[in-house]
Write a protein that binds this ligand. Structure first.
Ligand code: EPZ
Length: 420
């Protein structure tokens, strides 16, 4: 299994190109199930999760063809020949659940393996299922599979989410675009990735109003056509490299980054002593002064993203003073804490909050990655630490960060991948 070795302490300088957003690309690819025409997606990141989604769609019967030499433009289209999403793929990636709504809406049936628990929390899919039932689907759980039928077409309904769920909003949005009549999604998630999905669906002929708000109103249409859509830049990749610049006291330009999607993160970074500015090419991040401890609480968008919590914690581990970091989205997303502590951090967890008492210096150590964002927080800590850090179980990183070691090495980091 690959590992990443870092010799820390070098300020980063230079440029990093931010890729397309993984969490926008995955639902957009699933939207390819909604039409037999070609959906062309541009700015697709080259990641393991994208390959997993492509594999899943291919086994449903779709053709997924790269239309450029780099594989960043994908054409998706074709007939649904198999409505089953097997356990072997579902267990690799929870986002596979996003095929459920589109399969039901277009094929009238779906058999999708339950995703099961995962490292960061139990992550049930009850909101997805309840919402689909409200749209008229008949659902039963059988042998670890969700068996769903929509006799005739799905029917529009008013669905009020009891709390915000990104995936349930996406699944129901994709189901509702082909339902009979009007659907209203109340307390919908407002993440930029949802806005991106809704815009693409409208380009395919869907009729979605309220894009960017927490109330989406969808007028069902009989069919969708193909379209061409460019995926938004990855705000979490952007925030992660902003933390890399900050933790090393560096100065980098994040090409293609969009500050508007990162307002809570940039506010928090600014408060902790990091300089951020928007330029024509993207976003510039630099740190010249000491970091100061800053409290943060994760929240649905536009709040501070849970997907940035681990990276910000690595930064706070080296700040002056203390920071309280509260995780409100997932119940078990502090697995990076013991690993950061092995590098000399002083972090205590009390329920949903972690108290981070900054130390002047972290020291390199062998550490173990447990999930995607935890893994990258250890890479960040390694960049800021003195001595050598080895991050084991790097496959988590490859699910969500493209060429992480090349991007960082190009800015002067001493980092390399060790195979085997
Ligand atoms: C999406 O996951 C992202 N994944 C996650 O990114 C991200 O952390 C999360 O949203 C929150 O922002 C993708 O977009 C592919 P949720 P999702 O439904 O949709 C509970 C990363 O690192 N819940 O908004 O699965 C759930 O357990 C990842 O890139 C239910 O109880 O998240 C959680 O506590 C990891 N029942 C909360 O809601 C449900 O039916 C929010 O989850 C659905 C969710």
């Amino acid at each position: 299994m690959d590992r990443i070795r870092i010799r820390g302490g070098r300020p980063l300088s230079g440029e990093i190109a931010i890729g397309g957003a993984k969490n926008a690309a995955l639902p957009l690819m699933a939207a390819g199930l909604l039409t037999e025409e070609k959906l062309i997606l541009a700015n697709v990141p080259r990641l393991d999760d994208i390959r997993t989604m492509a594999m899943l769609l291919a086994q449903h019967g779709l053709d997924i063809t790269p239309v450029d030499p780099e594989g960043r433009r994908l054409a998706i289209g074709g007939q649904i020949r198999n409505p089953v999403a097997p356990y072997d793929i579902m267990r690799k990636m929870r986002a596979s659940i996003l095929v459920l709504g589109p399969l039901l809406a277009r094929a009238g049936e779906a058999r999708v393996s339950l995703p099961g628990g995962c490292a960061i929390g139990t992550r049930p899919v009850d909101l997805h299922l309840k919402g689909l039932e409200q749209l008229g689907a008949e659902i039963r759980l059988q042998g670890g599979y969700i068996e769903a039928l929509a006799p005739g077409r799905l029917r529009g309904a008013s669905i009020v989410f009891p709390f915000v769920s990104v995936g349930a909003t996406e699944n129901l949005l994709m189901a509702a675009v082909l339902a009979d009549g009007q659907t209203e999604l109340v307390n919908a998630a407002r993440e930029p990735e949802i806005e991106d999905l809704a815009r693409c669906l409208n380009a395919m002929g869907a009729r979605i109003d309220g894009i960017g708000t927490d109330r989406l109103v969808i007028e069902g249409v009989a069919r969708l056509s193909g379209a061409e859509h460019t995926i938004i830049p990855d705000r979490i990749e952007t925030g992660t490299y902003a933390c890399a610049a900050a933790i090393t006291g560096g100065d980098i330009l994040l090409r293609h980054a969009r500050l508007e999607h990162l307002s809570a993160v940039s506010r928090t970074l600014a408060e902790s002593g990091v300089d951020l500015s928007e330029t024509e090419a993207g976003m510039r991040v630099a740190r010249r002064n000491a970091l100061s401890g800053t409290d943060v609480m994760t929240e649905p968008y536009p709040g501070f993203p849970t997907d940035m919590q681990a990276q910000f914690m690595a930064l706070m581990a080296m700040a002056e003073g203390a920071a309280m970091i509260t995780e409100t989205i997932f119940e078990n997303r502090f697995m990076h804490v013991p690993e950061l502590n092995r590098m000399g951090a002083r972090i205590n967890v009390h329920g949903a909050s972690a108290i981070v008492r900054g130390v002047p210096q972290l020291s390199g150590a062998p550490v173990m990655a447990s999930d995607l964002r935890a893994s990258v927080s250890l890479v960040l800590a390694g960049l800021g630490a003195c001595g050598e850090t080895t991050v084991n179980r790097v496959y988590h990183l490859d699910r969500g960060y493209e060429a992480v070691e090349q991007k960082l090495a190009a800015c002067g980091a001493d980092i390399e991948r060790l195979s085997g």
